[in-house]
Design a protein around this ligand. Sequence first.
Ligand code: IPE
Ligand code: IPE
Ligand code: MG
Length: 257
Amino acid sequence: MRKLFKKTQSAWEPEKLPRHIAIVMDGNGRWAKKRSLPRTAGHAAGAETFRRIATYCKNIGIEYLTVYAFSTENWKRPPEEVEKIMQLLEKYIIEALGKMERDKVKMKFLGDVTVLSPKLKELVAEAEELSKTFDGVQVNVCLNYGSRDEIIRAVKSYAAEQIIESNANTESTKKMEETIGSLTEEKFSKYLYTADIPDPDLIIRPSGEHRVSNFLLWQSAYSEYYFTDALWPDFNEKELDKAIIAYQSRERRYGAI
Ligand code: IPE
Ligand code: IPE
Ligand code: MG
C-alpha cells in the first residue's frame, strides 16, 4: 500500500495575514545559560532577533507589531540585568532614529515611561515624535508595561476626567451617574495605552512558557495564541511563518457560531 503523507502547508496566504501581531520576547536568559554565557548576552541576542522580526513584519506587510520588552514586574531582577536591558533599548532607539525616515516605521512605546532614565525618556519621546506621521509598519514596544497597571491607570484617568467635567456642572451627581452609565467597552479602550491600535490578532509566546505574564489582558479578548518552544534569540522568519500558518488555520468565531 502506498504510504500517505499528510500534506503540510508550506506558505501562508498573503490575503489572510494578521493585521496585528504581538510577541512576548521570552527566553533570552535560558538561551544564554545553554551557552554558558551571562544572561545579558541573551538579551543582546534577543535584541537582534527583534530587529530581524520587525524588518520581516515590515517586508511582508504586517500593519502592527507589538513586542513585550520589559514588564512592570521585571524590576524585580538584579539591577545589572535591568541596566543592560535599558542600555540595549537605548541602543535600539538610537539606531532606529537613524533609519526611521527611510523605513517609515512608526514607533510607539506602551507603558509607564515616566520612571525611565532622562536619556531613555528623551529617546522615546524623540522616536515617537519623529515617526508619528509614518505609515509603514507600526512597532509598539511595551516598556515598563503591565496590563493590570494599564487598566487601573485607564480607570483613574476616566474617573478624573468625569470629576473635572462634573465640577463645572451644577447638577453634578446626576451628570456623574449619566457619564458612568454611558461608559462602554469602546470608550474605555481609548483610555488604555493601546488607544487607536486595533486588538492583536495573533499573540506569540516563545520559550515554552504557556502564560500571559500581564500582557495585553484587555486587548487579547479574542486574540489567537501561538506557543512555541523556540527561545526568543532562536526565533526567526521561519518561526514567524509557522505561527502565521497556524493562525490562518484557525476559525475565529467571536462567540458566534
Ligand atoms: C525575556 O527573556 C526578556 C525580558 C523579560 C526582559 P528572559 O530574561 O525572561 O529569559 P528567561 O525567561 O529567563 O529565559
Ligand atoms: C514576560 O517575560 C515579560 C517580557 C518578555 C518582557 P517574563 O520572563 O518576565 O515572564 P515570567 O516571569 O516568566 O512570567
Ligand atoms: Mg522569561
